[in-house]
Design a protein around this ligand. Structure first.
Ligand code: SF4
Length: 358
């Protein structure tokens, strides 16, 4: 006779919270140390014994360690370059804002689909700019030029600045600046949960913080090295309670087996987890997955095991702003995705606004 062992109650394994990004190697441009932010980052680096080197320009960072290109890419994503922003002409940032405000370039995340892989070309390391005073002076000129219209700046066009905030403090500076600008607005999007340094700031309702969210399948398969869904939503609750305008970007929307269940579950989980009063003034942006031929080639090389579907035969060709064709979903699929997700949004958040689907 065998005696069955008493059943143990199932213990749910708690995953550790996603940690703050700590670079493995830091480069400083000498001029960066003439700025308080540069000095402060140097102290932060020294206090953690992070190896650092001086460089004359970020264009000179060519000898990163790593045997293969993929290894070098991974190391570059853990390498920080501290320098000055020289170009103070801002790019346009439609449809999300009027201009992109540049405080960082590059990101520690490893989202397979990320467009930075192609736009940053051979420089995937992370650059942060210490001359935020110059950047804000330039922003002020744009605001004055467009007065009495409101001017909106997007801080996350070339990076995920919240993931770097513990190193730079630049978002806090931007938020405080915009709070005092009657005609200036800031927005940024993130896949990280580290919002605590922003919660006590005087933002005056002029900064909208948006979280990038997605169906479970997309987060699990394509977004390594970012915060988990639950962490992002918990952070969204915190920023809503701190009185910030809040939004969500569902991007990239990916057609996959079970997508209807996946996106329905996403919106219902969101409604269950957010504080009840967070729905007022909430905005949603929806961006379907797209790629160029160049991006496809780069992604296949860097993430060779990725399940990301990039079959040109199954897509519709669209002329892209940067002179390259991009591949989006055929109209029928686009409509199905847009209608289905829009309905789920309004089912759970009847007072929310949808800014765009693209
Ligand atoms: S978090 Fe955003 S910027 Fe960073 S890799 Fe992912 S998609 Fe790119």
């Amino acid at each position: 006779m065998t005696i069955a062992a008493p059943e143990r109650p199932a213990v749910k394994k708690q995953r550790k919270p996603t940690g703050l990004f700590i670079p493995e190697l830091v480069f400083f441009e000498p001029d960066a140390l003439k700025y308080p932010k540069g000095e402060q980052i140097m102290e932060w680096v020294k206090a953690r014994n992070i190896p650092f080197r001086m460089t004359t320009s970020h264009n000179r960072i060519t000898n990163l360690p790593g045997e293969t290109e993929v290894e070098q890419y991974k190391i570059a994503k853990r390498t920080l370059v501290v320098g000055l922003r020289k170009t103070l002409a801002f790019d346009q940032s439609k449809p999300s804002a009027d201009y992109a405000i540049p405080i960082a370039t590059g990101c520690m995340g490893h989202c397979h689909y990320c467009y930075l892989q192609t736009t940053l070309g051979a420089k995937p390391y992370i650059r942060v700019y210490v001359n935020t005073g110059d950047i804000l002076d330039a922003a002020k000129k744009y605001i004055d030029e467009r007065a009495p219209e409101i001017t909106t700046f997007e801080a996350a066009c070339t990076s995920d600045p919240l993931g770097l905030e513990h190193i730079t403090g630049s978002l806090a500076e931007l938020i405080t600046f915009m709070a005092a600008e009657p005609l200036g607005r800031l927005r940024f999007v993130t896949k990280y949960q580290h919002v605590d340094p922003l919660l006590k700031l005087n933002h005056n309702g002029h900064t909208r913080i948006r979280f990038s969210i997605n169906a479970d399948y997309v987060i699990k398969n394509f977004e390594p090295a970012t915060s988990r869904f639950e962490e992002r939503i918990e952070a969204a609750g915190k920023v809503a309670r701190a009185g910030y305008p809040l939004g969500f970007i569902i991007a990239p929307i990916i057609w996959h087996e079970g997508w209807e269940e996946g996106y329905a579950e996403l919106l219902s989980k969101l409604a269950e987890t957010l504080p009840p009063d967070a729905g007022k003034g909430l905005t949603f942006e929806m961006i379907q997955h797209r790629f160029t031929k160049t991006a496809k080639a780069v992604i296949e090389k860097r993430y060779p095991k990725s399940k990301l579907e990039m079959d040109i035969e199954k897509r519709k060709k669209k002329w892209g702003r940067w002179g390259q064709n991009k591949y989006v979903y055929p109209d029928e699929q686009q409509t199905a995705l847009r209608e289905f997700i829009t309905e789920r949004i309004f089912e759970h958040f009847p007072e929310a606004g949808i800014d765009y689907f693209t």
